[in-house]
Design a protein around this ligand. Structure first.
Ligand code: SF4
Ligand code: SF4
Length: 176
C-alpha cells in the first residue's frame, strides 16, 4: 500500500481516513463507469474495501459520500480539469489531506446568502446551480480557521472541534 493516496473525508459526521480513493476513481473513470451506472455504488464500495475497513452498518453512509465524491471527480475530469492529486502542503508535518479540518455545509440549512464565500480567504466553496453553496476544495481550508462558520447565520456550516487538532500538534497520532 506504500504509494496509495490517503485523504480524510467526513462520513456520517465522523472523519475517516481513506486509502486509495484517487486510484479507485481513476480506474473506474478509465473503465468507462459513470456516476449514473446502476452498479456504481457497489463498484465504489468494493473498491474502497480493498484498502479500508467499512463497517456494515456504515455502508449506506459510505456509499452516499463516496458516490458524491466520484460524481465531483467525474464532472471535473470530463470537462478536462486536472484531477491529479494536487499538493496541499503540510500541517505540523502531516500532509494536509490527513488533517480532518474543513467545513461541511448542510444543504437543508443553507440559504444561499454567500457570506461564507465572501469571508473565506481560500477557494474552499463554490456556488451551486441550486443557489446553495458546496465545499469543493476542503484541503485548501486553513487549519484552525472558523470564519465561515461564524459568518453563517442559519448555522449551516459545521466545523470540527478544535481539540481534534491536538493529537496532530503533539505528535500523538498513530496509524490505525
Ligand atoms: S454563509 Fe451559510 S447560509 Fe450563507 S451561503 Fe454560506 S453556508 Fe449557505
Ligand atoms: S474555515 Fe476559514 S479557510 Fe476554512 S473554509 Fe471557512 S473561512 Fe475558509
Amino acid at each position: 500500500m506504500g504509494d496509495l493516496s490517503y485523504r480524510m473525508i467526513y462520513i456520517g459526521g465522523t472523519p475517516a481516513g481513506l486509502l486509495g480513493l484517487e486510484e479507485l476513481f481513476d480506474a473506474l473513470y478509465e473503465a468507462g463507469h459513470t456516476p449514473e451506472d446502476v452498479d456504481i455504488n457497489e463498484l465504489l464500495l468494493r473498491g474502497v474495501r480493498q484498502h479500508n475497513f467499512v463497517p456494515k452498518p456504515a455502508v449506506p453512509d459510505y456509499q452516499a459520500v463516496i458516490g458524491n465524491e466520484y460524481q465531483k471527480y467525474y464532472q471535473k475530469r470530463s470537462v478536462g480539469e486536472a484531477v491529479a492529486s494536487r499538493d496541499y502542503g503540510q500541517w505540523e508535518g502531516y500532509p494536509r489531506e490527513q488533517i480532518p479540518w474543513f467545513p461541511v455545509v448542510s444543504a437543508e440549512l443553507c440559504n444561499g446568502c454567500l457570506k461564507c464565500i465572501e469571508v473565506c480567504p481560500k477557494d474552499v466553496f463554490a456556488e451551486e446551480e441550486n443557489g446553495k453553496v458546496a465545499v469543493v476544495e476542503p484541503f485548501l481550508c486553513i487549519v484552525g480557521c472558523c470564519f465561515c462558520k461564524t459568518a453563517c447565520d442559519p448555522q449551516a456550516i459545521l466545523m470540527p472541534n478544535k481539540e481534534i487538532l491536538d493529537q496532530y500538534r503533539h505528535g500523538q497520532r498513530h496509524a490505525t
